[in-house]
Write a protein that binds this ligand. Structure first.
Ligand SMILES: [Zn+2]
Length: 247
């Protein structure tokens, strides 16, 4: 599909909402603990799959091992926002993009400068003592051995992320649904049409066009109106250049 078509669609749109998939955060260098390349290596190192370790059951029963994995594997691969994320930030600043909805937990869109990011699975940058509510930054979470403890009350500080087996925060989901219902263009980046993020969100979209940019082909791609099989960072900056003013 031509890039010109996408450029025109973006140009015409006044209210874009982006669904930002985990492949886009993997492109920035973050660990994908569900489907990433390193899953088998990590499973042999820890004796359990990353998905099992990154679960509520594991966190509650083997907290020390959870933090060993969390500090070594998750907090050591924070990634760097790429041209795709920077383009989203520019689109938001220009008034084109109204919201980013994502399940990724590395806050890449926010780190690139996006303001209205609805992080359905929370963020590793938000950490809180479940007992007294005191908040902690990511540096504190990196240092606490074997587990980060609250300075005030001694309880284990918990990353505010949705672990496997936990429910999505209903307030954030409602806010995401509201944004999607108002959107005229849905920009799906770094996931396919059958990904959890897409199936959760697409049903609320009443706008004109669904655009999908994802490297790997999938049989359900045709549900989208415009499909590009490439990394989002190789497409989006071409149709919405970072240096120019509004298009
Ligand atoms: Zn506390």
């Amino acid at each position: 599909m031509s890039l010109e078509g996408l450029q025109n669609a973006i140009q015409k749109s006044r209210n874009i909402v982006c669904l930002l998939g985990v492949n886009a955060s993997q492109d920035c260098g973050c660990l994908n603990y569900r489907w990433g390349d390193r899953i088998y290596e990590l499973e042999s190192r820890y004796g359990q799959s990353p998905e099992e370790i990154f679960s509520a059951v594991f966190y509650n029963t083997r907290t020390k091992q959870f933090f060993e994995f969390y500090q070594k594997e998750i907090l050591s691969t924070l990634g760097t926002p790429d041209a795709c994320m920077r383009t989203l930030a520019k689109m938001e600043k220009d008034g084109k993009l109204n919201a980013v909805v994502t399940r990724e937990i590395f806050s890449l869109a926010k780190r690139a400068g996006c303001k209205n990011v609805l992080e359905l699975h929370g963020s590793i940058y938000q950490n809180k003592c479940p007992h007294c509510g005191k908040e902690y930054d990511i540096e504190y979470m990196k240092k606490g051995k074997p587990v980060p403890l609250c300075e005030k009350c001694g309880a284990t500080v918990r990353p505010q992320v949705c672990l496997v087996g936990e429910m999505i925060d209903n307030q954030i989901l409602t806010a995401a649904v509201n944004e999607i219902q108002k959107a005229d263009l849905l920009l799906i980046l770094g996931c396919n049409m059958s990904a959890m993020l897409t199936t959760t969100c697409v049903k609320y979209f009443n706008g004109d066009r669904i655009v999908l940019i994802n490297e790997k082909e999938h049989y359900k791609d045709d549900v989208a109106d415009m499909v590009y099989h490439a990394k989002p960072r190789d497409i989006l900056p071409k149709v919405y250049p970072l240096k120019n003013k509004r298009i």
